[in-house]
Ligand binder design. Structure first.
Ligand code: IMP
Length: 179
């Protein structure tokens, strides 16, 4: 049985603020690439499903979407430092413009793993790390996103793709559980 209810979730970032931020980020990204060049957007599942789907809608240009799947939290509300690469299947990205899209950077371990992996294995022309949320205060490794939407405190959040024990990903807003 799930020990938290949607009623316990307090809104942290409402839907309209998320949407206007996503548009802003898309505009920023669009301006960084020549319009005739392919942009490979890598959606890191499952958490960035909502953010990535919305983001690409607002990017005018030659966008190609790819999906990888990583797990780091399991059923916990604290990062387990136990990264599980579930599916990293990708096409040849050598010399391409690549954007890794994440829901949140917390400890930074996932971001570090991905950036190193992409640089070493794929050798893209450009590599951009974009995250909707940035929990700067929880960082355990020296890494920052190139672009992010909102900086948040060290609290566990859910909604808009982010889950608590597999639930709440479908919510259009981001919330937290007050103690
Ligand atoms: P990191 O490796 O600790 O930076 O964590 C990255 C991943 O952990 C994210 O992609 C999320 O899937 C998950 N995560 C981190 N913080 C939260 C949170 O507050 N709520 C839900 N998932 C989170």
């Amino acid at each position: 049985m799930l020990d938290k209810d949607i009623k316990d979730l307090k809104v942290l970032i409402p839907e309209d603020r998320i949407q206007s931020k996503v548009k802003e980020l898309a505009q920023q990204i669009e301006n960084m690439f020549p319009s005739d060049e392919d942009i490979y957007v890598i959606c890191v599942l499952k958490g960035s499903v909502m953010f990535c789907a919305d983001l690409v809608k607002y990017i005018k240009g030659k966008v190609r979407m790819e999906f990888i799947r990583i797990s780091s939290y399991g059923n916990e509300t604290k990062s387990t430092n136990n990264l599980q690469a579930i599916d990293l299947t990708l096409p040849d990205l050598n010399g391409k413009n690549v954007i890794i899209v994440e829901d949140i950077i917390d400890t930074g371990l996932t971001a570090k793993f991905l950036v190193d992996l992409f640089k070493i294995q794929h050798k893209p022309k450009t590599l951009l790390f974009v995250s909707l949320l940035n929990k700067k205060c929880a960082r355990q490794t020296k890494i920052e996103p190139d672009i992010y939407g909102f900086e948040i405190d060290d609290k566990f959040v859910a909604g808009y793709g982010l889950d608590y024990k597999g639930y709440f990903r479908n919510l259009p807003y981001i919330g937290y559980f007050p103690n």
